[in-house]
Design a protein around this ligand. Structure first.
Ligand SMILES: [Fe+2]
Ligand SMILES: [Fe+2]
Length: 497
């Protein structure tokens, strides 16, 4: 139960008798001795029902009802309590949208049955409103389905569930490979206390998974479960624990908690969250599939990249080092995550065309003749031809094709200049040069870092885009030589290479 009722009557005895009857059957009752005080309480707090006397000094019952309807709510249930003398006025009050009246003196059952009827009517109205809320849930589905990152998606599910039910706490746990539960997201809890507070939630989720169906627990039904208030180290008034089921298999549990006494979950909350969880299950499966495909794709790309480097062991790891540095420069320039992935892929593949350059030229340790250099210059376009068969990689191909263009327009293969060069290609050009300068080759030592930095700066505006050089310098100041190492990307991007 736990509906919160405001009782307004100037007679002390009526207030105390009615309060005793109503609290006895589980309602929360607050009282006011006049219309003005009652109205003030209504402004400051929310109630599920108002009981008001008609004849009161000051603001009369009818005036109060009119004020409630105009200033507070057009559908807050109101029950009128009145003596025989004002029965006509009471009937008149029905025209203002009251839900019933009780004649003084009343028996407990008269009072209770009128209230139950009014409250049940208002519950039905509330249920209808909740069902209307289903439409936005369908909108949420679009948001969930569009998300391909599993952790971001789980965050969206928790956020939306909290929004729709006004829950104080929401947590989502996923079933791991061993059948255990892993907490994936929480809202409404301070993280330092997470373990202590969430001990009870784990046990609850484990129990719900074991039972094999979702639960709506209020104080009364909690007593029939293995849980009580003490299970959670804090006051819990109502719990909604909904299974996330995919193709008949439980993959997770969404737990929602109301902590305060004046809120409980309803059956329509349960229905709403069950629908949300059904959609969430499909969205999670999609995102997991996407992540798996993406990691397979990246390992294929890495294999291709190592095929290039296998021909020249001295340049081992060049592409991966350059790609990591390029991602950091791109992030520094405000490039979004999707495009950073494209830049990373292009970085790994930028020299794939070298597969088509004869060994005696590619691996020559002395100075190249101008004819040999012309052959080397073919590698960006050979690379594009190799990638042509790989389907949807237009932006990657474009970066690979132009990674040797110069800001001044004097590069190859096309002679593009300035901003006409794809941003990814401009970034890779700087990272490529820096990686090559700072790595030792059999025919030369690695250049000292300061000299390499000076060299990059000196080519800003001629070979390299000044914006990229500036971003690179900021990245270098932050990470030093580590800007090309794996550690620089840990926990920040969903990229493994
Ligand atoms: Fe190249
Ligand atoms: Fe390179």
């Amino acid at each position: 139960m736990r509906e919160k009722i405001l009782l307004i009557d100037d007679e002390e005895v009526i207030r105390s008798v009615a309060t005793e009857i109503l609290t006895g059957i589980g309602y929360i009752v607050e009282t006011a001795c006049c219309g003005e005080d009652g109205f003030q309480l209504l402004l400051n707090s929310s109630y599920d029902l108002v009981i008001t006397d008609i004849k009161m000094p000051g603001l009369s019952g009818i005036e109060l009802i009119e004020k409630i309807r105009t200033d507070i709510s057009s559908d807050l249930p109101i029950v009128v309590i009145t003596g025989h003398g004002t029965i006509d006025t009471a009937i008149e009050s029905m025209r203002h949208g009251t839900q019933g009246f009780v004649l003084k003196p009343f028996t407990p059952s008269e009072l209770c049955s009128t209230l139950e009827a009014a409250i049940s009517k208002s519950r039905t109205i509330r249920e209808k409103i909740k069902l209307k809320a289903l439409f936005p849930v369908l909108e949420v589905n679009k948001r969930m389905v569009a998300e391909t990152n599993v952790s971001t998606l789980i965050g969206i599910i928790v956020e939306e569930a909290a929004k729709y039910t006004v829950a104080d706490r929401v947590s989502l746990m996923m079933v791991d490979h061993d059948g255990g539960l892993q907490l994936k997201a929480i809202q409404g809890v301070d993280l330092p206390d997470e373990d202590e507070r969430y001990g009870g939630s784990y046990r609850l989720a484990e129990w719900v998974v074991k039972q094999g169906h979702s639960f709506l627990l209020c104080e009364r039904s909690m007593a029939e479960s293995p849980f009580n208030q003490n299970s959670f180290n804090e006051q819990i008034s109502s719990i909604l624990s909904v299974l996330i089921i995919l193709k008949g298999e439980i993959i997770g549990v969404l737990n929602l908690f109301h902590l305060s006494n004046d809120r409980i979950f309803t059956n329509s909350d349960l229905e709403l969250i069950t629908i949300l969880c059904g959609q969430a299950a499909i969205a999670i499966e999609n995102a997991q599939l996407y992540e798996r495909t993406e990691s397979q794709y990246f390992s294929m790309i890495s294999t291709l990249a190592s095929a290039i480097e296998a021909r020249d062991r001295h340049t081992a790891d060049h592409a991966a080092r350059l790609a990591r540095c390029s991602v950091l420069i791109g992030e520094e320039m405000g490039i979004d995550n999707d495009h950073l992935h494209i830049i990373a892929t292009a970085g790994l593949l930028h020299d794939i065309g070298k597969i088509g350059i004869p060994d005696h030229i590619l691996l020559k340790e002395g100075k190249l003749t101008s004819d040999e250099y012309e052959v080397i210059k073919l590698h960006p376009e050979i690379g594009v031809n190799i990638l042509a068969k790989m389907g949807d990689m237009e932006q990657v191909k474009n970066i690979v094709k132009h990674h040797h263009e110069y800001h001044s327009g004097e590069g190859y293969p096309v002679g593009l200049s300035g901003d006409n060069i794809p941003i990814g290609a401009r970034i890779i050009a700087v990272a490529d040069a820096f990686e090559a300068m700072t790595s030792t080759r059999p025919y030369r030592q690695a250049m000292p870092l300061e000299r390499a930095l000076k060299e990059i700066k000196s080519r800003s505006g001629s070979q390299f885009s000044p914006d990229v050089v500036n971003a690179f310098i900021r990245v270098f100041c932050r990470h030093g030589i580590d800007c090309m190492n794996k550690v620089s990307l840990y926990g920040r991007f969903n990229i493994q290479f």
